[in-house]
Design a binder for this molecule. Structure first.
Ligand code: ADP
Ligand code: MG
Length: 325
């Protein structure tokens, strides 16, 4: 019978060029790796469950992409460089074409970020994927959530809001007739983890704090603010909204701001930068080619205030919370 060892052998343990720091890869009881010299390790784990973190029947290539991108994005948020990962996958049945599509997409993205699969576990049950990833960072150079200071500027990479619009399209067929619906559907699954931006911020030491946006800008920025014991002001008109999202929302800017504030699974970076580093930041990050927007400033009152065209709004917003939804 075609079982766990066959799945591992056929789909997960071949086709990867071996990194030199891997002494024993997939196939033994443990992977054996050489710890990077004079670097610290950054380690992160994330689980995706079908029906909770992605819709039932989502294309396997996108499930794989999302799962690995989420872990790589966590490494990016610390300024780390991806190295290895492991994959614990629970499958309801052996569907060879599903696993094939999943693994091809997984290895495609892994190659792009030079992160190597070194082990995992394959079990039977309701579909879920857990990835643990390791990265390396120069000692003392990891960017923490707790370093934001009053007066620092708040930046985000890329565009915000597309993922939430894409999720709507996935969940509601009536939304498919809206402009750019299929583009946004892809954007829901396919993000760009900001490894090179994270690395530049870590190396240059220009950022005082950073986080990646997995649960929505408001929710994730709140994590930074509470870890740093500060508050912030966000200027809604400075939020980066894509042309596609604006068209999808029939040019309703206020709606677009709401999407940008709460959209999860964006995997963009949100980070803070002292005023004295602002000019260097623009110069250094121009080299990564990543879109950058300054969306607000850290303040001492401990709450997060939203401003629109200079006036304080009373918008009530909450991001995606795994336990309240
Ligand atoms: P054990 O029972 O000793 O934990 P397994 O039979 O579960 O070993 O796994 C055999 C080998 O295959 C191990 O090296 C393990 O890390 C690897 N492995 C299992 N599942 C996966 C997977 N989905 N992806 C990558 N490697 C895997
Ligand atoms: Mg096992």
């Amino acid at each position: 019978m075609y079982g766990e060892p066959d799945i591992i052998k056929t789909y997960f343990s071949c086709g990867q060029p071996l990194r030199k720091d891997i002494k024993t890869g997939i196939g033994d009881d443990c992977a054996i790796v050489e710890a990077p010299r004079q670097r610290h390790l950054a380690i992160t784990t994330d689980t995706l469950i079908e029906g909770t973190h992605f819709v039932k029947g989502a294309p396997p290539k996108w499930v794989a992409y999302r799962a690995l991108a989420a872990s790589v994005s966590d490494l990016a948020a610390m300024g780390a460089t991806p190295i290895w990962c492991s994959l614990a996958i629970t499958l309801p049945r052996v569907d060879k074409s599903w696993i094939q599509e999943f693994s091809l997409s997984f290895f495609d993205l892994a190659k792009k970020y030079n992160i190597q699969l070194i082990g995992g576990d394959t079990t039977k049950g309701p579909l879920s994927i857990t990835i643990t990833a390791q990265g390396s960072v120069a000692p003392g150079k990891a960017i923490l959530r707790s370093g934001a200071q009053v007066g620092d500027w708040i930046y985000v990479t890329g565009f915000l809001g597309d993922s939430q619009a894409g999720l709507e399209v996935v969940l509601d067929d009536r939304k498919r007739s809206r402009p750019f619906a299929s583009h946004l559907e892809v954007r829901h699954y396919v993000s760009t983890p900001r490894i090179s931006t994270g690395q530049s911020l870590s190396l240059s030491g220009l950022a005082s704090s950073a986080i990646d946006i997995s649960d929505g800008l408001v929710t994730d920025l709140q994590h930074v603010l509470s870890a740093s014991c500060v508050g912030a002001r966000l200027n809604l008109e400075d939020l980066p909204i894509s042309g596609e999202l604006l068209q999808y929302l029939y040019k309703d800017k206020k709606s677009a701001y709401r999407y940008a504030l709460t959209s999860g699974e964006e995997y963009e970076l949100c980070f803070t930068v002292p005023d004295s580093n602002k000019v260097s930041l623009t110069r250094i990050l121009a080299q990564t080619g990543t879109k950058l927007s300054c969306i607000g400033q850290v303040q001492s009152p401990p709450q997060l205030s939203l401003y629109l065209d200079g006036d304080k709004t009373n918008w009530n917003l909450s991001g995606y919370d795994h336990f309240s939804n």
